[in-house]
Design a protein around this ligand. Structure first.
Ligand code: DAH
Length: 355
């Protein structure tokens, strides 16, 4: 009995101090391990005189319970301290100033392509694509362009081999050919993309962007072409009253062919699209030449339709008041920051006219 009291007092004292987990484990094993004090006392029970045995056993169980209880409390205390320390360390300091970060901008050409695609998709056009490196056949021959046509000239076209079989496409029109060769009519596509010509000054860069349009079916006429372009121009410039005229022209791949001008005026030194007595050429178009349809195995007696080609960079300059085309492709971050579009805040009203 005396031993029991000693053990109890000694370990109560120990457990009253500041301990870590490994110290507690040590105490556990000192008490309840194979040779632990409490374990040994249990083994002693048999040796105790019968008269005292019952008393001793019940006292021993009490001491065991009390010490075990103290150990459990201590372990919980330590775990709580650890959790609190962790919470304290990982606390977010909401008083810190925000970190500066730079958000990228959408290039005006990409923005304009998005706008054009969404306007045409509203009237049933889907988007087609073709490669920048084209073959001579798709870029010229299939488009009914004669061998002696000036567009084929070395001064105009970037050829990639001495035989002049591969080239950087000079327009997006070869996507018409690819689309019609790969599929069956009817066709209703637009094809935006990069195009290349050997040209460089304030309004020409060796690489520029066009969007091609093609609509072929059994009953498509020039009225549809006019309606489609008129709709597009109004939507794109977000102007209800816009003057548009078709001027006779020539392209080898269309017959008849036309160039389209829109009306504008200069107000306070700024170009205003819509009314006015000045004309600005913005695209070429026409009814697809029967020879082109024959080249892609489409029967011209059954199918016909229109095509058009629009200069995208020019449209972007007009809509967003950008004066020098060359700056588009100089990768000057300051320029992009000024003329580019915030990806999270693009103009939402560019589809505004029809809503
Ligand atoms: N490919 C012509 C060019 O680059 C533009 C063009 C004109 C495309 C008339 C057409 C079209 O599809 O019908 O100047």
């Amino acid at each position: 009995m005396l031993d029991l009291k000693k053990i109890k007092d000694e370990f109560k004292l120990k457990l009253g101090k500041k301990l870590n987990l490994s110290e507690i484990n040590q105490i556990k094993s000192d008490l309840f391990g194979k040779n632990g004090h409490i374990t040994l006392e249990f083994k002693n029970i048999g040796k105790i005189a019968e008269a005292e045995r019952k008393n001793f056993a019940s006292e021993l169980n009490l001491v065991k319970g009390e010490l075990q209880n103290l150990i459990n409390i201590k372990v919980r205390e330590i775990e709580n301290i650890e959790i609190n320390e962790k919470l304290e360390k990982e606390k977010i300091d909401i008083t810190l100033p925000e970190r500066n970060f730079i958000r990228g901008k959408i290039h005006p050409v990409s923005q304009t392509i998005d706008e054009i695609s969404s306007i045409f998709s509203e009237i049933g056009f889907s988007v087609a694509e073709g490669p920048d490196v084209e073959n001579e056949y798709n870029n010229f021959t299939a488009l009914n362009t004669p061998d002696n046509h000036p567009a084929r000239d070395m001064h105009d076209t970037f050829y990639l081999d001495p035989k002049k079989e591969k080239l950087l496409r000079t327009h997006t029109s070869p996507v018409q050919i690819r689309t019609m060769l790969n599929d069956k009519p009817p066709f209703k596509i637009i094809a935006p993309g990069r195009t290349y010509r050997s040209d460089s000054d304030q309004t020409h860069t060796p690489m520029f962007h066009q969007v091609e349009g093609l609509h072929i079916d059994t009953d498509i006429n020039m009225g549809h072409l006019k309606g489609c372009l008129n709709y597009f121009i109004k939507e794109f410039f977000e102007v209800k009253n816009i003057k548009m005229r078709f001027r006779p022209s020539h392209f080898p791949f269309t017959e008849p062919s036309a160039e389209v001008d829109i009306g504008y005026e200069i107000k306070n030194g700024k170009i205003v699209i819509g009314e006015g007595d000045k004309w600005l050429e913005i695209l070429g178009c026409g009814m697809v030449h029967p020879n082109v349809l024959k080249n892609v195995k489409v029967n011209p007696d059954k199918f016909q339709g229109y095509a058009f080609g629009i200069g995208i960079d020019r449209l972007a300059m007009l809509k967003y008041g950008i004066k020098d085309l060359r700056a588009f492709f100089e990768c000057d971050y300051r320029w992009l920051n000024h003329f580019g579009f915030d990806p999270l805040d693009v103009p939402t009203n560019y589809r505004g006219l029809s809503r």
